[in-house]
Ligand binder design. Structure first.
Ligand code: PRP
Length: 223
């Protein structure tokens, strides 16, 4: 235990929710076995030991996994490139595409709007999204001013309730768009999760961290 009360083991930040199921085989392939409570969605525990005395895991929201790594509170993490693109943290190095959490970031609108719409003609649009930076950047690139309303989830409700006509969100199966009468009109990016590393930790603890990066690289390459 260091003087500041923090132990000196490495911490890996993992996103909770559905992506965790895809993370588990990678973890195990890299030889990491978390304590049993980690896979119990009912557990209120947030930090978990692993079979490696010098490595523990925290289970946090997807956006927060990036924040913990960016500030060095976790040295490693699994972070979607949606989050990396939105925040563009200079202190995160993300050397490895893990090939999990595969989905797309798209612009969607109600089907009846899309039937009569031409995205080429947009000059100003109002969009509900969790990703205001990516959205503004994407549209600014072709001279469209995007006014973003930040929501943290359930974006698909916004058009029906008159908040805006369009949303920018992640689509995987397309079921959520369909269930809410929305159709995709434009793709912004392909999304997967990446291994994220704090740059300072990479310099000061390069041997340990590079060891883990290589273990994950072997598992991701073999998948
Ligand atoms: C994501 C995304 C969509 C949905 C798309 O939300 O924001 O709402 O999944 O998946 P689909 O195309 O397979 O239907 P998530 O369930 O992760 O929760 P969130 O609304 O809290 O972001």
């Amino acid at each position: 235990m260091a003087d500041n009360g923090q132990d000196d083991g490495l911490i890996m930040a993992l996103p909770k929710g559905r992506i965790l199921k895809e993370v588990m085989p990678l973890l195990r392939g890299a030889g990491i076995e978390p304590e049993p409570a980690f896979e119990d969605p009912e557990s209120r525990q947030l930090r978990f030991a692993t079979n490696h005395p010098n490595l523990s895991i925290i289970r946090v929201r997807a956006f927060d996994a990036a924040t913990f790594v960016a500030f060095g509170a976790a040295q490693l993490g699994v972070v979607g490139n949606d989050v990396l693109m939105e925040f563009d943290y200079p202190d995160i190095y993300s050397p490895l595409d893990l090939g999990i959490g595969r989905c797309r970031m798209v612009v969607a609108e109600p089907k009846e709007v899309a039937d009569d719409d031409n995205p080429e003609r947009w000059s100003h649009i109002r969009v509900a999204t969790k990703y205001p930076q990516i959205t503004r950047r994407h549209f600014a690139g072709r001279g469209v001013q995007a006014e973003c309303i930040k929501l943290n989830g359930a974006m698909e409700l916004a058009p029906a309730l008159g908040l805006c006509r369009r949303i920018v969100d992640l689509v995987s199966s397309g079921e959520t768009l369909k269930a809410n009468g929305l159709v995709e009109v434009e793709q912004i990016a392909d999304i997967t999760s990446r291994l994220a590393v704090n740059r300072t930790a990479l310099k000061t603890r390069s041997e340990e961290i590079n060891g883990w990066v290589e273990s994950f690289r072997e598992v991701a390459d073999a998948a």
